[in-house]
Write a protein that binds this ligand. Structure first.
Ligand SMILES: C[S@@+](CC[C@H](N)C(=O)[O-])C[C@H]1O[C@@H](n2cnc3c(N)ncnc32)[C@H](O)[C@@H]1O
Length: 323
């Protein structure tokens, strides 16, 4: 008698970053020693940072997650009608993997590839997700895609749906976003890119989303200092720093900073940096767009067919971009 048992997968993992600790230390040190100190937002995400981000998405002030989810609830079938079934679904900055998981029923992907820099968190999330979807081939990729988005051969050949939700594209300047979108188009390999984009809106709404009353976003930002201490061997004291979030109207972006509460010196092996009271470390940009601006960016990146769906308040947009 023929077996009717279907295949049960276990998640596979590929680790493509953190191989070069010296390069990470050099990048961090260069940013901290710049006259206007800065760090990349990718350092906000270690196991604790990822958990704090999950908590942020539950906050009433943090409209992006629930607004984007409502767009998918309402327009998911229309999106799915334009996306071939059986693609490899590549989730960039997958985090807890829940957004992509909600698309499985709609898109019927052949494979799910979850990519994130926060490797331990990703591993837990993907392992749990695999239990819920044992018949779907899943691959976790530990990768820092800020410099170059190159997927490993295990991600499979053929066309892909590159999913980049949560308005994470806003962490790039528009110039760098263009470079990244070109790489995403290449990674899609003739498939499509599905991307969530935060839109320009009243400043009070924007600033509250990045500076909530409970202080969860402040904890998320300040937690970065512990992650840096771990990576760089520095001696940041979290209690000496205050969270700041403000809208920079000229560059249409929310900026997150950490502000020194007093004169202090931070030391790490081989170097140090003095911060005066009130001096800042710039830790994240979150660029906001108008729908025509982002449509133009996608077309400049080489896509010729661009669809978009927005919520009723025009606070958030989901774009589907194809060749
Ligand atoms: C704003 S969260 C979004 C998480 C989830 N996709 C969502 O939309 O709710 C950004 C995610 O991207 C990951 N990430 C940030 N910078 C990254 C980088 N340079 N390379 C890979 N992943 C990165 C973070 O670890 C985090 O999971």
């Amino acid at each position: 008698m023929a077996s009717t048992a279907s295949r049960v997968f276990v998640p596979r993992f590929v680790q493509l970053h953190h191989g070069n600790a010296a390069a990470v230390r050099a990048e961090l040190a260069a940013g901290l020693q710049a006259s206007a100190a800065f760090t990349s937002p990718k350092y906000l995400y270690d196991a604790l940072g990822s958990r704090l981000f999950d908590a942020i998405t539950e906050l009433p002030e943090y409209y992006p997650t629930r607004t984007e989810a409502a767009i998918f609830d309402r327009h998911g079938p229309a999106m799915a009608a334009l996306i071939p079934v059986g693609l490899t679904l590549v989730d960039l900055g997958a985090g807890n993997c829940q957004k992509a998981a909600r698309l499985f029923e709609l898109l019927h992907p052949a494979r799910y590839v979850a990519v994130d820099i926060s490797v331990a968190f990703l591993r837990d999330a993907l392992t749990a997700l695999q239990c819920q979807h044992p018949g779907l081939d899943m691959l976790g990729v530990g990768l820092d895609f800020s410099a170059q988005l190159t997927l490993p051969p295990d991600a499979g050949e053929g066309s892909r749906l590159v999913f980049y939700p949560g308005s994470s594209i806003g962490n790039f300047t528009p110039e760098d976003a263009l470079v990244f979108l070109r790489q995403a188009r290449q990674a899609a390999n003739g498939g499509a890119v599905l991307i969530g984009v935060d839109l320009i809106k009243p400043v009070a709404v924007l600033e509250a989303a990045y500076d909530d009353a409970l202080g969860v976003t402040a904890a998320f930002n300040r937690s970065l200092l512990r992650h840096i201490n771990h990576l760089l061997g520095s001696d940041f004291e979290v209690g000496q720093w205050r969270h700041r979030a403000r809208f920079n109207a000229q560059d249409a972006r929310i900026e997150m900073h950490l502000e020194a509460l007093q004169d202090l010196t931070v030391r790490w092996p081989g170097a140090q940096r003095h911060f005066g009271e009130g001096e800042h470390i710039h830790t994240e940009n979150s660029c906001k767009y108008t729908p025509p601006q982002f449509d133009a960016l996608l077309r400049e990146a080489g896509f010729s067919r661009v669809e978009q769906w927005r919520d009723e308040q025009d606070w958030f947009a989901v774009f589907l971009a194809r060749d």
